[in-house]
Design a protein around this ligand. Structure first.
Ligand SMILES: [Zn+2]
Ligand SMILES: [Zn+2]
Length: 433
C-alpha cells in the first residue's frame, strides 16, 4: 500500500513539474474572441493571432422575428449558444386554404404579355355538369391591358382552374376562397407556369366579366363492353367529355352476364360514362401495375350502346338490351386529320381549311401549308381522339415531349399522314416552287 501511494505521489510531482515548465514558456494569457461565419465559429487570440479549430455553431431555438402572411414572407432567427452568432431564415408565404366557389365568383389572372386569347379551364367535384367546360375552357375578359389582367365569373363548385392561351398553360391551380387572383410565375420542367396567389380589388369602371350560362346537364349513360379475351378485370378509360377525362386506367366495370359473340361465350360488362365522351380505351390493367393489355382507341358511336373488344384489341359495335346482344355495323370511315395549333389566325381550333384531304387509293391524308418560324402545331383527329406519332421530321422542326411541333425553318410544307387504315404515321416535306 505504501508503495502505491509513493508511486502516485511521484507521478503527480512529475506532472506538476512538466505543467509548470510548460506555463513558464507562455509569454501571455491568450485573450480570445470569437470569429464566426454562417455555419461555424472559432476563437482567435487578439494578441498573438492563435486560432482554435473551427466548430459548428450550436444553435438555440428558432425565434420568429416576422410572421409570414398570405402576401409576405416571414423571417426567423436563431442564435449560437457558444459564439452568439445570429442566423436568419425566410419563412415561406402562407398558402391560402383551398376550397370551392360557393356562388358566382369573380376571378382574375395576371398573364404573360404574349398571351393573346386568355382562356380559363375549370372543374370541381361539386360543379354542376351544366357549367362544365371542355378544354381549353372559356375566354376571359380583358380587365386591364397594361397589367395584362383578365377576369372571369366562375360558377359555384369550382375547385381547380388552369389559365391558358391554347398552347401555354399554368399548372393545375387549386382554388382558394381567400385569394381571387393569380400571378404567373416561372415555367416548371413540364413547361407549365407556376403561379402565386394574389388579390384584386375590382374597380368601378372595370368591364363586366364574362360569365357562364348553364347548358343542358351532361348525363351519364351505360356502356356495355364484351370481352373476347378472357380478361379478369375490365376498365374503361374515356375522354372528350366536358365532365373531364377518366383517370387512367379508367373506370372499373361490373360484369352483367355472358353473351354469345361469334360462337364464343364472352363476359359482358357495364360501366357508366358521360354521354359526350368521344373515345374509349378498354384495358385489364390494375392501377399502379404496368402489365396488362389495352384496346386501340374506340370511337364512341351514338347508335351502339355496346363495344366488343376483339382479339386484335380493335373493337366492333353492338347493342345490348334485356340480356340480348345484337351486332351493329358501324362505318367509322377513315380518320380525319387536322393541323391544329397556333399559326396564322388558328389558335388551337379545328378549322375546315386545315383538314387534310384523304386519298383512299393510297390511304393517305395530305395538306400543303405555309408555316412561319415559331408556329406550333400538331396533327390531330377532331375531338383529340388520337394523335399520329411524329417520326423524325428533320431540322426544320422541333418536336416537344407533348408532341407539339415547332417550326424552326419557315417555308411551304407538304404534310402527309400515311397508313390511314392502320397505324398512321406522319411525314413533312419542304415544297420547292
Ligand atoms: Zn495569444
Ligand atoms: Zn457559434
Amino acid at each position: 500500500m505504501k508503495n502505491v501511494i509513493k508511486t502516485i505521489m511521484l507521478v503527480l510531482t512529475t506532472l506538476c513539474t512538466v505543467l509548470a515548465l510548460a506555463s513558464c514558456k507562455e509569454e501571455h494569457q491568450h485573450s480570445y474572441t470569437y470569429e464566426s461565419d454562417a455555419t461555424k465559429h472559432r476563437q482567435v487570440c487578439t494578441e498573438c493571432g492563435e486560432e482554435t479549430r473551427w466548430d459548428a455553431h450550436v444553435w438555440g431555438e428558432w425565434k420568429v422575428t416576422k410572421e409570414a402572411t398570405l402576401d409576405e414572407k416571414g423571417l426567423q432567427e436563431h442564435t449560437c449558444t457558444v459564439c452568439g452568432y445570429k442566423g436568419t431564415e425566410e419563412i415561406p408565404m402562407l398558402t391560402p386554404t383551398f376550397g370551392a366557389t360557393t356562388d358566382f365568383t369573380a376571378f382574375y389572372a395576371y398573364v404573360p404579355a404574349d398571351f393573346e386569347t386568355v382562356n380559363i379551364y375549370y372543374w370541381g367535384e361539386n360543379l354542376e355538369s351544366s357549367y362544365a367546360v371542355a378544354w381549353p375552357g372559356v375566354e376571359m375578359t380583358l380587365v386591364n391591358e397594361s397589367e395584362h389582367l383578365y377576369g372571369y365569373t366562375l360558377p359555384a363548385g369550382v375547385d381547380n382552374v388552369i389559365i391558358n392561351d391554347g398552347s401555354s398553360q399554368t399548372v393545375d391551380v387549386a382554388y382558394s376562397p381567400e385569394r381571387n387572383a393569380l400571378r404567373f410565375d416561372v415555367l416548371n420542367s413540364d413547361n407549365k407556369y407556376e403561379v402565386t396567389y394574389t388579390s384584386y380589388q375590382a374597380k368601378a369602371d372595370d368591364p363586366e366579366l364574362a360569365k357562364p350560362e348553364a347548358s343542358d346537364p351532361i348525363e351519364m349513360i351505360t356502356l356495355y363492353v364484351v370481352d373476347t379475351n378472357g380478361w379478369d378485370v375490365l376498365n374503361i378509360h374515356y375522354w372528350g367529355s366536358k365532365l373531364g377525362d377518366s383517370t387512367w386506367p379508367g373506370v372499373a366495370s361490373t360484369k352483367v352476364g355472358v353473351v354469345e359473340v361469334n360462337g364464343e361465350s364472352c363476359n359482358i360488362y357495364s360501366v357508366e360514362v358521360p354521354e359526350d365522351a368521344t373515345t374509349y380505351i378498354a384495358n385489364n390493367k390494375v392501377d399502379g401495375v404496368e402489365s396488362g393489355e389495352q384496346s386501340q382507341n374506340i370511337t364512341a358511336v351514338a347508335d351502339a350502346n355496346c363495344v366488343v373488344i376483339l382479339a386484335d384489341l380493335t373493337a366492333s359495335y353492338g347493342n345490348y338490351k334485356d340480356g340480348v346482344f345484337t351486332e351493329v355495323e358501324v362505318d367509322l370511315g377513315l380518320p380525319e386529320f387536322y393541323i391544329v395549333g397556333k399559326f396564322g389566325t388558328v389558335n388551337w381550333t379545328f378549322e375546315e381549311a386545315y383538314k387534310l384531304a384523304i386519298d383512299e387509293e393510297t390511304m393517305t391524308a395530305t395538306i400543303t401549308v405555309t408555316l412561319a418560324v415559331g408556329d406550333v402545331f400538331k396533327i390531330a383527329q377532331a375531338g383529340w381522339s388520337g394523335e399520329v406519332s411524329s417520326d423524325e421530321l428533320g431540322a426544320a422542326f422541333s418536336v416537344a415531349a407533348d408532341g407539339n411541333i415547332t417550326v424552326v425553318t419557315a417555308g411551304k410544307y407538304q404534310i402527309v399522314v400515311s397508313n390511314l387504315d392502320s397505324t398512321p404515321s406522319l411525314t413533312i416535306t419542304a415544297v420547292t416552287e
